[in-house]
Design a protein around this ligand. Structure first.
Ligand SMILES: [Zn+2]
Length: 231
């Protein structure tokens, strides 16, 4: 378990100092007023997210929570992966400094008002600029495919000291596959930038072994071969 240090954020709580074993003096950044000694366990588990008076605004939203269960679920997951170090996705979100807007953190209604309803239950929250947090103006409902595309376009890939984002590599004459294929490869978990950019499409790589197997190992998105998806 990671140590809690001054400046750590758990929900709206920001750690000011350690007071005794297992307790930390925190300031509630929703109101920037209340200071409280909070148990380390309550911080880590997400049991305590902010001061009492600020959490009242969350309680008010119970009606909306029942009326929009799918949106509510997305809102809760967003907060969990950004604020709860025990959440499995925390290392990729909260652990990388991705935060949730304070209004959104304290009010599901505020979140719902800005986001509107999901177009379909398959839509999840997408950050338009992947380097910024969950905040009004940077979020929209998007499908998984739309998100992979968006996330990848901001991902820098370095090959032999040359760094470009995916959209730039796709335009590079040395890259013989489409931008879409690059997104797919990243979404499938390819990590070697050189392979992502320079591996020819499966049709021309036939028989080359490792890459073909790797590309074929995940049929989660679609059963069709890569070259067909590109069209
Ligand atoms: Zn407060």
């Amino acid at each position: 378990m990671t140590d809690i240090v001054v400046g750590d954020k758990f929900g709206a709580w920001e750690v000011l100092r350690r007071v005794s074993d297992g307790r930390y003096l925190c300031v509630c950044t929703s109101c920037n007023e209340t200071q409280k000694r909070v148990k380390a366990h309550d911080l880590r588990s997400g049991k305590s997210l902010q001061c009492k008076s600020c959490s009242h605004s969350v309680k008010k939203s119970h009606g909306a929570e029942l009326q929009y269960p799918s949106e509510y679920q997305s809102w809760q997951s967003m907060i969990a992966r950004c604020t709860n170090p025990n959440n499995k996705d925390y290392p990729r979100y909260g652990g990388r400094g991705i935060t949730v807007d304070l209004m959104w953190l304290s009010s599901f209604e505020a979140f719902l008002m800005m986001m509107g309803r999901k177009p379909t239950p398959e839509h999840t929250i997408d950050r338009i600029d992947g380097t910024k947090g969950y905040m009004p103006g940077n979020c929209r409902w998007a499908t998984r495919d739309e998100q992979n595309r968006n996330l990848s376009s901001n991902i820098p890939l370095t090959i032999d000291g040359e760094t470009k984002v995916v959209t730039e590599w796709a335009r590079d004459p040395r890259c013989t596959v489409s931008e879409f294929t690059l997104y797919k490869r990243i979404a499938r978990g390819w990590t070697d930038a050189k392979k992502i950019v320079f591996t020819p499409s499966r049709r021309s790589a036939e028989g080359s072994g490792e890459e073909s197997r790797e590309a074929g190992s995940d049929s989660r998105d679609s059963g069709s071969p890569e070259e067909e998806e590109e069209q």
